[in-house]
Design a binder for this molecule. Sequence first.
Ligand code: NAD
Length: 248
Amino acid sequence: MKKLDEKYNLAAKLIKKSAHTTLFTGAGISAESGIPPFRGDNGIWNRYNPKTLEINYFLKHPRESWKVIKEIFYTFFEQAKPNKAHQVIARMEKKGYVKAVITQNIDNLHKIAGSNVVYEFHGTTGSLTCIECSIKYNIKDVDLGKPVPLCHECKGILKPDFTFFGEAIPEPANTMSFDEAQKADVFIIIGTSGEVVPASIIPTLAKKNGAKIIEINLRPSEYTESITDIFLQGKATEVMSNLESLIF
Ligand code: NAD
């Protein structure tokens, strides 16, 4: 095995000693599953107009919004599988090294990988709700062949359960994420630029409450110079596999 930087030993020691390790993940953890981030050179917003995911636009023009929603979230998102980083996190939870995952992602990959305690801060693509009668549907029970998927009971429009621009953060994920940040003595940030509010406040709250911050990213983020104690630079899959080899 190649010799790892001393920072890995320090991070592994912190995680092993910790009574409560919480993870906070962003689009970067799913990049190696084939889901591009929204922003940046290869970002999704270079190809689509973000306005189609504003809640008021969706309510007025459901057909146009649904066309984009299907292309982005129910075509290549649906083909993505959890990668090694998601899998290591699920194993760490099973062995008691991780208490919870707070994710900004809506791709369901932490749950598919086997993590049980997952707070989806921006909701999920895995279910939909009728905007008229509030009945919830699992994505498997929805006919996406229709231009606008409709409720079987009242024929109302179905909206995916991820947070559109202009919508509130869903409960209980909102409250539980801030609670987790306060309970953590070790807080691991993976693959997020820290630019999306209010999610970006969560790691800062953890730091204020005394948590040691371990950050994993390809490049420095908003957090690296401000709150990060140990910065492990690299791909999420490689860094998490290296950490796992030192923890178990
Ligand atoms: P972001 O696009 O702002 O930042 C992504 C970060 O990940 C960057 O700092 C980048 O350097 C890092 N990164 C990229 N590839 C990486 C890799 N292989 N290993 C480690 N780090 C890597 O993403 P964000 O901060 O999560 O904010 C975007 C918002 O868009 C989120 O709130 C999220 O809801 C949403 N989003 C979700 C998905 C998804 O569900 N998979 C995908 C794109 C965007």
